[in-house]
Design a protein around this ligand. Structure first.
Ligand SMILES: Cc1cc2nc3c(=O)[nH]c(=O)nc-3n(C[C@H](O)[C@H](O)[C@H](O)COP(=O)(O)O)c2cc1C
Length: 340
């Protein structure tokens, strides 16, 4: 099924999500619980719009080729530079059709089956992370689990559970404390300094597991991530859910990717909705992208097959764009192929 068909099939079953044809943050605005963004809800809209203003440079005078969309990340070859982003607490935000365990199981299996990778989220209930790690472990570690910036003891316990699952990487959404539904709750979540992050990175490295910091929006933040010993970052504002009034991820990506050079894997998310957007993100310096909300729609509209269909659609659109812009491999997608 196409994404439009998946959205049609999912509509009416997703709580506060309207399963729009284009997931651009406009219909859900600031709807939390739900898939919306914090405050005015403008950040999610800004994320989407910023990709649309990156213009592509066509170049169709080249030898014919079949574009190669594959990419190697954290030692693993993916068939396309797109991964399914983490989602915590699916019931709270999308209603009762899926519980978290079933959602993760369906999503992770389908993503891995299509040669991609799924990321899992975290939330207040300990069972969310435990279930996510069980699902990743059941797939021989084929997934990346994300832990929120809880207090030290809670992180230590969750990290132990995560590393036992042997995931491709462990991530921390370092911006997670800004989520409205985590305020004043138990366990508490909050900011973390470089030294505590260095401890987490060390524990991951002792288990031969890369550590990724998700929620980096400035060069300064990227430099701190490097100092903490992270192996990768996700340029992300959590889809606008943690702080109103911030830049779009497309706007800050070029300066962040220039600042880190080849020292870190650079991932990005927020409003990426098509293979054309994936091309834009790679041209602006990302090694790969995450997409979250559209994959929830894909699961609700078509289960595991929906996830595979959406990945296939994105891969086709990316390959098409690569052919039209003269890029044979993803490493040919450089910043001279776009203007912004
Ligand atoms: C309902 C919902 C729950 C989310 N839960 C998590 C989470 O547990 N951990 C995390 O790192 N990001 C979480 N995110 C953020 C997404 O992974 C992603 O960073 C954000 O939605 C931007 O990507 P998108 O515009 O493609 O959705 C969540 C997003 C939504 C909408």
């Amino acid at each position: 099924m196409s994404y439009a068909e998946l959205a049609e099939a999912a509509r009416g079953q997703m709580g506060n999500c309207k399963a729009c044809r284009v997931c651009d943050g406009r219909a859900c605005r600031n709807c939390i619980p739900g898939p919306g963004a914090k405050g005015t809800g403008m950040v999610a809209i800004r994320n989407y719009d910023a990709w649309q203003s990156v213009m592509l440079h066509m170049d169709t005078i080249h030898e014919p080729y079949l574009p190669d969309t594959s990419v190697t990340l954290f030692g693993r070859k993916l068939s396309l530079p797109v991964m399914v982003g983490p989602l915590g607490d699916v019931n709270r935000h999308y209603g009762p059709k899926y519980d978290m365990e079933t959602y993760n199981d369906v999503m992770l299996r389908a993503a891995a089956g299509a040669g991609s990778l799924g990321w899992t989220g975290d939330g207040l209930a300990a069972s969310l992370h435990e279930g996510a790690c069980r699902a990743i472990s059941g797939l021989d570690g084929c997934g990346i689990c994300t832990i929120k910036p809880w207090s030290k003891d809670v992180v230590r316990d969750k990290l132990r559970i995560a590393l036992t699952a042997h995931p491709v990487a462990v991530a921390m959404d370092i911006d997670g404390a800004g989520l409205p539904f985590l305020k004043g709750q138990q366990p508490p979540a909050g900011a973390k300094g470089v030294s505590q992050l260095r401890e987490i990175a060390k524990a991951c490295h002792a288990a031969d597991t890369p550590f990724v910091l998700k929620g980096i929006m400035t060069e300064r933040g990227a430099e701190k991530a490097m100092k903490a010993g992270a192996d990768g970052i996700v340029v992300s504002n959590h889809g606008g859910r943690v702080q109103d009034g911030v830049e779009a991820t497309a706007t800050v990506l070029p300066e962040i990717s220039r600042a880190v050079g080849d020292d870190l894997v650079v991932l990005v998310d927020g409003g990426i909705r098509s293979g054309v957007d994936v091309f834009r993100a790679l041209a602006l310096g990302a090694n790969a992208v995450l997409m979250c909300r559209p994959f929830v729609v894909a699961v609700y509209g078509g289960g595991g097959q929906g996830v595979m269909d959406l990945l296939a659609q994105l891969q086709g659109e990316l390959a098409d764009t690569m052919e039209m812009c003269g890029a044979e491999t993803v490493s040919d997608i450089t910043d001279d192929l776009v203007s912004w």
